[in-house]
Design a protein around this ligand. Structure first.
Ligand code: HEM
Length: 136
């Protein structure tokens, strides 16, 4: 682990700097926001651009999956393992849906792509209500 990681981690408890996970989540938000907007009126000609956002979302999600939510510190020791496993499997759900979204876009199945946006939104809501700290 780099010194930078520890430094940011230490700062976040006192000065509210973003945690490494929050940084990844903000990257996820950027590409997901573009996709959400684009799927309202998708066009065949912009497919490659959409697939680029899908790739960005997937990469940031995979990195987020290797990190730990700040809330983990507040979970009782005997529940830590289950908490982190639950977090990772929820993040994996999001990644799998992102893969499906990429396939739907590739195939030009726009109705399916829109439905997948809704499903990712739902998984995001579930993930946030369970694994994000109360201060947000
Ligand atoms: C496309 C899906 C998602 C997007 C766009 C997204 C976006 C964000 C954003 C912008 C933040 C930081 C600001 C805030 O707290 O409101 C955040 C925080 C967070 N998100 Fe997500 N999120 C997504 C999915 C998920 C999922 C599936 C989980 C759980 C498995 C999750 C867990 C968290 C946690 C734990 C935090 C707090 C950061 C920390 O503890 O350090 N997110 N998310």
């Amino acid at each position: 682990m780099s010194a930078g990681f520890l430094w940011v981690g230490t700062l976040s408890s006192g000065l509210q700097a973003d945690s490494p996970l929050e940084t990844q989540m903000n990257k996820m938000r950027r590409s997901f926001k573009e996709l959400k907007k684009a799927m309202e009126a998708p066009v065949e000609a912009d497919k490659q651009k959409y697939l680029g956002w899908v790739a960005d979302l997937k990469k940031a999600s995979e990195e987020a999956k290797t990190m730990e939510p700040e809330k983990a510190e507040k979970v009782p020791a005997d529940q830590q393992k289950a908490f982190l496993e639950g977090y990772r499997s929820k993040m994996e759900e999001s990644i799998e849906l992102t893969d499906e979204l990429g396939k739907a876009i590739e195939a030009g199945k726009w109705t399916e792509a829109k439905a997948l946006i809704g499903q990712i939104n739902q998984v995001q809501r579930e993930g946030h209500s369970k694994y994000r700290g109360k201060e947000h």
